[in-house]
Design a protein around this ligand. Structure first.
Ligand SMILES: Cc1cc2nc3c(=O)[nH]c(=O)nc-3n(C[C@H](O)[C@H](O)[C@H](O)COP(=O)(O)OP(=O)(O)OC[C@H]3O[C@@H](n4cnc5c(N)ncnc54)[C@H](O)[C@@H]3O)c2cc1C
Length: 400
């Protein structure tokens, strides 16, 4: 009888848990190591695009996620100064009325994936901060932790530690801008568009957004939204000092309706500041080690693809490991299957981010006066719908 292969998964985030479920079902001995007892609510909301939902459906988890989340059929943004429509992407441009994304709280996605991993009897060791994973003889690896303990040897280590992975030598370029994220209850009144991510911009220095996410993480069901406010990292302390009332007045000036949502925050601690980084590793495969999800590449959430990418990575990696007995060949095949899609979206995010979050004064003018109107023409509408729905270059092709 052959020995089941062993895999250590570093990080119980989106990529780590999805990999754990898939590899456990494929007969691997899976252990997940996570530094926290629970996932932290960094980035309160995210959109799962159709390819990410297709992976969740393949895992049998799509309906659980849809039940917790909220459908997103349109991305809509206006420039506050000129009142110009700058962004208006409808999923219906994909050619089917049913096409949509799913907005949900990061903790809801974690709950679904975590529950499914436990159903698969995956061992999840919490309170384990990974520091290093040195190679051993025979191509195997072990993990070293901050508390001085170690685990292994493992046939394979999957680095799913996210954008600041301890298993990478370079954290990448930290972007100047990040955002404050919190969760609010959407009013029953039809003030906000149904099933739409809505944003208002002032140049590229200010952005306020509302993303319907369905259930809140504390199990309160219903119409919640992620509320986000873009902010330069070096202005965070000043934001705290100025106090919530000054901020609410700023929100009101930018988007009067959103003031009703901002007024729900009574404590600055209810808003988490997330700073973004941009980084892509040229080759995420090493002997006995593979970097996936944000550990492979990280970017601003401007195009909202990170969780989808993490799910696609997990699915492609499990497929490559299933199709090839040789570990090195399987990792190389995984990289080939994912690289083009990854590089394309990294380039697009790098291109788009300064138009929406930067100190640049010219780019937002171009966005408002040229790119915005052009984007509303029918061919551009379809292209943008394909782009934001994560479907450029058919990411699922060859993965089944
Ligand atoms: C504010 C914000 C908004 C976003 N919006 C969107 C969106 O709309 N759509 C979208 O698709 N994506 C979005 N993303 C991106 C998305 O959340 C990430 O791309 C996705 O979570 C990446 O998954 P991952 O598994 O690679 O990393 P993560 O989900 O970050 O998981 C990493 C895990 O590793 C653990 N970990 C880290 N270091 C260690 C260590 N040393 N030892 C042990 N464990 C460790 C962490 O605690 C965490 O559980 C957003 C991100 C942010 C920050």
């Amino acid at each position: 009888m052959t020995r089941a292969r062993s895999v250590a998964i570093a990080g119980a985030g989106v990529a780590g848990l999805a990999s754990a479920i898939l590899l456990s079902r494929a007969g691997w001995r899976v252990t997940v190591f996570e530094r926290f007892e629970r996932a932290r609510p960094v980035g309160s909301g995210l959109i799962l695009q159709p390819p990410g939902m297709a992976v969740l459906d393949a895992l049998g988890l799509g309906d659980r996620v849809r039940e917790k989340g909220a459908p997103i059929r349109r991305l809509f943004g206006k420039s506050a100064g000129s009142d110009r429509v700058v962004l208006d992407v409808r999923y219906s441009a994909l050619g089917g009325e049913g096409a949509h994304g799913v907005g949900l709280h990061r903790a809801s996605l974690f709950d679904v994936l975590h529950g499914a991993a436990l159903e698969e009897q995956v061992v999840i060791e919490t309170g384990k901060a990974v520091l290093a994973c040195p190679p051993l003889s025979g191509g195997r690896r072990e993990l070293h932790f901050a508390d001085g303990a170690s685990a292994g040897p493992f046939d394979l280590v999957i680095d799913a530690l996210g954008s600041r992975s301890a298993l990478l030598s370079s954290p990448g370029r930290l972007l100047d801008y990040g955002a404050l994220w919190g969760t609010v209850l959407l009013p029953d009144r039809a003030d906000f568009q149904q099933a739409a991510l809505e944003q208002r911009y002032l140049g590229a220095r200010r952005m306020v957004g509302v993303l319907p996410i369905g259930d809140a993480p504390d199990a309160a069901r219903g119409r919640h939204a992620a509320f986000f406010w873009s902010l330069r990292h070096d202005r965070y302390d000043a934001w705290l000092q100025d106090g919530l009332d000054a901020w609410k007045a700023e929100v009101q000036a930018l988007w009067p309706l959103a003031r009703h949502l901002a007024s729900q925050f009574a404590d600055p601690a209810a808003l988490t500041f997330a700073r973004y980084a941009h980084r892509t590793i040229a080759n995420p495969a090493e002997a006995g080690l593979i970097h996936i999800g944000d550990a492979w590449r990280a970017t601003s959430p401007q195009l909202g693809q990170g969780a989808n990418m993490a799910l696609l990575d997990a699915y492609a990696l499990a497929g490559a490991l299933r199709d090839r007995a040789d570990l090195g060949e399987a990792l190389a095949a995984f990289v080939r299957r994912r690289r083009r899609h990854v590089l394309l979206y990294q380039a697009m995010s790098w291109l788009f981010t300064p138009f929406y979050q930067s100190d640049n004064r010219v780019l937002p003018l171009l966005r408002d006066r040229i790119a915005g109107p052009l984007a509303r023409l029918p061919p551009a509408q379809r292209f943008l719908a394909v782009l934001v729905s994560g479907q450029l270059r058919g990411p699922l092709r060859g993965l089944e």
